[in-house]
Design a protein around this ligand. Structure first.
Ligand SMILES: [Zn+2]
Length: 125
């Protein structure tokens, strides 16, 4: 696995989150790009083992998709801090990597499940 990190977040933290979020079926030969931008976003390449997530500056706690969004995404996802937001986006993209057939809704659900598992593991739920 190769990490291209263009943020101030330490590589070690991103690698820990990827390890925590990665479905067992995803092989390790992928590239993850983490960058900063104007919107929180994620993108998984269709024909390459590569995804990217973009982190926006915001204040926490925050809500992802407060309004309904085209494409079957879940709404009103509660995000407590930057680590959780990064974990959610990484989980979503890793679920796309697990199968290109996963819908946006199922990737968001996997992101929520991973967040829940993270909160339980770290005593914040
Ligand atoms: Zn998606």
């Amino acid at each position: 696995m190769k990490l291209i990190n263009k943020t101030q977040i330490p590589d070690s933290e991103i690698l820990e989150l990827i390890k925590f979020a990665k479905p067992a079926s995803v092989a390790d030969n992928f590239t993850a790009v983490v960058k900063e931008g104007k919107n929180f976003a994620g993108f998984t390449f269709r024909y390459f083992q590569r995804f990217s997530v973009t982190m926006e500056k915001t204040t926490y706690p925050t809500i992802r998709n407060p309004l309904p969004r085209k494409g079957g995404y879940l709404t009103n996802i509660s995000i407590l801090n930057e680590t959780e937001y990064l974990l959610f986006l990484l989980s979503h993209e890793l679920q796309h990597m697990a199968s290109r057939k996963h819908t946006e809704g199922s990737c968001d659900r996997y992101g929520l499940e991973t967040l829940d598992r993270w909160r339980k593991a770290h005593g914040s739920a």
